[in-house]
Design a protein around this ligand. Sequence first.
Ligand code: C2E
Ligand code: CA
Ligand code: CA
Length: 595
Amino acid sequence: MTSHKTPEDAIAQATALMGNAKIMMIDDEPLNMEVLQVHLEAEGYNRFVSVSDSKLAVETIKADVPDVLLLDLVMPEVTGFDILREMRLDDDIKNVPVIVLTSSEDADTKLQALQLGATDFLSKPVDASELALRMRNTLSSRAYLKRMLSFDPLTDLPNRLSFTKELGTALESVQQSDSQAALLLFNINRFKAINDSLGPERGDEVLWAFSERLKSTFDNAPVDSQCQAGNALKTSIARVGGDRFGILMPIACVVSQKEGLTNLLNEFVEVLEKPFTVADQDIYLTVSIGVSTLSKLTASVENLINDAETAMLHAKGRRDTQYAFYAEQMDEKARELLSMENGMRTAVENGEIFLVFQPKVNVASGDIVGAEALVRWLHPEFGLISPVNFIPLAEDTGMIVSIGEWVLRESCRAAQEWRELGYDDFRIAVNVSIRQLHELDFIAIVQKALDDSGLPADSLIVELTENMIMENAETNIVKLQQLKNLGVKISIDDFGTGYSSLSYLQRFPLDQLKIDRSFIKEIKGVTDRMPIVKAVISLAHDLGLNVVAEGIETHHQLAHIKALRCEEYQGYYCSKPVPDVEFIQLLNEHSRKSA
Ligand code: C2E
Ligand code: CA
Ligand code: CA
């Protein structure tokens, strides 16, 4: 999947290396070196340095580091052994491959040279074809090593190390000119969760496919070739972390085109957010891109990367855009985010997390028949934080698992308390994130929350968003079936905003469908026909599901869904989500006790 190279390709690559390879020969007998050079020239090598005074050898190697060194062992004063020994102690040249030339058949000599780190041997007098093969092998294993150190094996892109080097070179070059470059840092949102649910192999396939698309969009980017040629800055692309990619491009080259950088970013987003097909499943990714500028004012490569990272996190925190250009005030935001992430670790045990409840109302009777539990975080420094702002962070960091478990247990406990007040038919709905669903012990956690609270399984509704369950649908069907087997009800949240496949919808063991409030919001005038709401309700009914309308704020909206025979609603028209004490009052006013 990752590499389609054959042994022939590798050899061809090695052959290409030859012309560029710098070969140094050290021998006290100049004629020997001339013979070697004649042989090697016949093979296509053309860069040679000869040293006949072995006292100057180490100095010359350091000044003009070769790709391979052909070293005679027996020389007066400074021997080949001395040179090897000294080389291996010097960080700058210790990795230069050395082929030792020896006429000696003495095994001890060879052993000693090996111990000192010789790469290979050649016997004198030198056989031309043996020389050619040993050179080729040495060079190609060196090239392989170089590749390993500077390329990512999965995507075949340069890695973080070599990208950082590139950025260093680019920084030097902008400091000597007036040019500017943009660093684009790409991150795949929620990749950890995707990787967890698909498994690491499939996860790798997704990454590979992603990088291929990134590469081809990058290759086709409208970079002005003339500008590129006149610009000392190189464009480059790299994989800089698990789910992170970096692109460096000279700004003048991009904006000299009428399109500009923004258009290019839009194009990246459009291309990268089209579905990826992996193992017959459609995978939808979203990206966040942070952009920072490399100019004379850039203090260091580290600053440049940090700025792009800050901008990327900023983009991640926003719903309306996938990319952001670094601005200084973002640093403050970034510090908050980090402090939020740290605070989240102790939020549950410090009692900073609590629940509010929003009534679920029977449309026909107006009775409250249940509630949706919604989580809140009262942060000691930042005050009340909405789940919209901390759930994504909790999902990214994995902390959603412990927070989610607390939410489940608390919700079941509260619901059972209210049932025991006489509201026997009361049902509690709890939002569950996909990350929780894929935890190995999720089913056991739900069972335990039910057992410990005494809440009957069919009084618990688990809400999962449409997007979550459609992504990696086959696996989710199995998980949801296990949940269903406990007796728990399953509801599909934010319906209509995602990419549902009807054939899957039929195969999920669902009980309820919640129409997203963006559709309800559009019900304004008396003549609104609302074809979507109507279609969704009738589709749900055909599938045997009951329907909840979210975000009902006006009498008019309520009348509308009532006419369409929607069973339940939630919304400010009845009540905002409220703390438990207020919720009991609502229940007392708007619900009938069963007995
Ligand atoms: P959601 O599940 O779609 O929750 C409904 C959201 O709509 C709630 O926002 C609620 O306050 C709001 N809402 C309800 N009625 C109205 C209305 O009439 N008009 C308007 N404009 N808004 C209304 P909230 O509480 O901020 O929650 C936002 C999202 O955070 C939830 O969307 C849910 O996806 C997530 N969330 C909340 N609690 C949890 C939790 O415990 N676990 C997980 N995984 N996610 C949660
Ligand atoms: Ca919900
Ligand atoms: Ca919803």
